[in-house]
Design a binder for this molecule. Structure first.
Ligand SMILES: [Zn+2]
Length: 375
């Protein structure tokens, strides 16, 4: 019995899209799913009750940030991350790899792991596959990610090959170090933009029988066509009976293209980040709330939206005023709306798959999406 299991409910006949359910020790949730990001053990400005209200079944938190602050001892003392942050549904934690590799000159890679300087106080730190697993065991997340290197773009073949081979050795070390029976470790397919490396890596990881797989190293600056080609190829190498997760992708157009290619899980800071920049996500594109055209607009952000802000009649004119005045409540209303939008977006994709209408849904969505865009 593994901690994480995937149930395939329906596969779209014309595309790779799938509707399913993922079961975890902290409840089950339908897929495709969008995971709000709680970097510092908090989805910025949004309470756990509000996350439940908008239908989030799982959130993501970052090992790197929690490892540096407040540190593992404190979270362990609190009884794990679920208790610490008062969230009783599922949690996925990343491995910290992506953040430490992003530190550029501040980090040094060896076979053993990565030495880096904390972005908070400059102190020297070390992360390895074993330490990442230890930290994620302390956090008690339901889904744990393997410690890997996200191959940068562009990368020459030799670099991508050496990196992917090391990531495989690290995945083996992660699997050995992850001993908690109530947590599921996902493997991450890397390989850069090279199909033979992706194939080699995926086959090795699949033979290690992880309860789920992520497709990593995409959306790192490559052209969209190349990203979609690599994504489609990578998912074709993964087993049907395991969930697939596309890391760090969260705009609606990327979500629909990911689902088309067989992805079940997504995460991104996008909805809360653009909210803090005063933008609302809608079915016709982004709405810039500071725009003068909204000064006298006494309609809700989007008609028919079920989010807290729209449901209760908060108007564009009011939210515009709050954003311009720098009021926290305005940014909260936008965060709640944007998160609801993406959760509703994946719910509708799922329904379209169940109804055998996914291709029609995708076409109609993409035709409308940029029509009202202002930003
Ligand atoms: Zn709304």
């Amino acid at each position: 019995m593994t901690a994480i299991t995937y149930e395939l409910i329906k596969k779209d006949e014309k595309t790779g899209a799938r509707a399913g359910v993922i079961h975890t020790p902290h409840g089950s949730f339908p897929t495709p799913i969008f995971m709000p990001v709680g970097t510092q053990a908090s989805v910025k400005g949004v309470s756990p009750d509000e996350l439940r209200d908008l239908g989030a079944g799982i959130i993501l938190s970052n090992t790197y940030h929690l490892f540096l602050r407040p540190g593992m001892e404190l979270i362990k003392e609190a009884g794990g991350l679920h208790k610490f942050m008062h969230w009783d549904r599922a949690i996925l934690t990343d491995s910290g790899g992506f953040q430490v590799f992003s530190l550029g000159d501040l980090r040094k890679i060896s076979e053993e792991g990565v030495t880096f300087r904390s972005h908070i106080d400059g102190s020297k730190k070390f992360l390895s596959p074993e330490i990442s697993m230890q930290v994620q065991m302390c956090l008690g997340s339901d889904i744990v990610m393997a410690f890997d290197e996200c191959v940068p773009y562009p990368a020459d073949y030799e670099y991508a090959k050496a990196s992917t081979e090391r990531t495989l050795r690290w995945a083996e070390r992660c699997q050995k170090a992850m001993t908690a029976p109530n947590q599921g470790l996902f493997g991450i397919v890397q390989g850069g933009m090279y199909k033979d490396l992706r194939k080699w890596h995926a086959e090795k990881l699949v033979s290690m029988n992880f309860p789920g797989y992520a497709v990593g190293g995409l959306s790192v600056g490559e052209p969209p066509d190349l990203m979609y080609e690599m994504l489609e190829y990578s998912t074709s190498l993964l087993p049907e009976n395991k969930p697939r997760y596309l890391m760090g992708v969260g705009t609606p157009d990327h979500l629909v293209e990911g689902v088309k290619r067989g992805i079940d899980m997504f995460d991104c800071v996008y909805p809360t980040r653009v909210a803090r920049n005063g933008m609302a996500m809608t079915w016709t594109g982004r709405l810039v709330m500071k725009n003068a055209a909204l000064t006298h607009d006494h309609h809700v952000i989007e008609e028919g939206c079920g989010c807290y802000a729209c449901r209760n009649g908060y108007t564009r004119a009011y939210i515009r005023h709050l954003v311009r005045a720098g009021e926290i409540f305005g940014l909260r209303l936008l965060s709640l709306h944007n998160l609801w939008f993406l959760e509703e977006f994946v719910r509708r994709m799922r329904q379209a798959i169940l109804d055998g209408q996914f291709s029609e849904f995708r076409r109609a969505f993409l035709a409308d999406y940029h029509t009202g865009s202002q930003g």
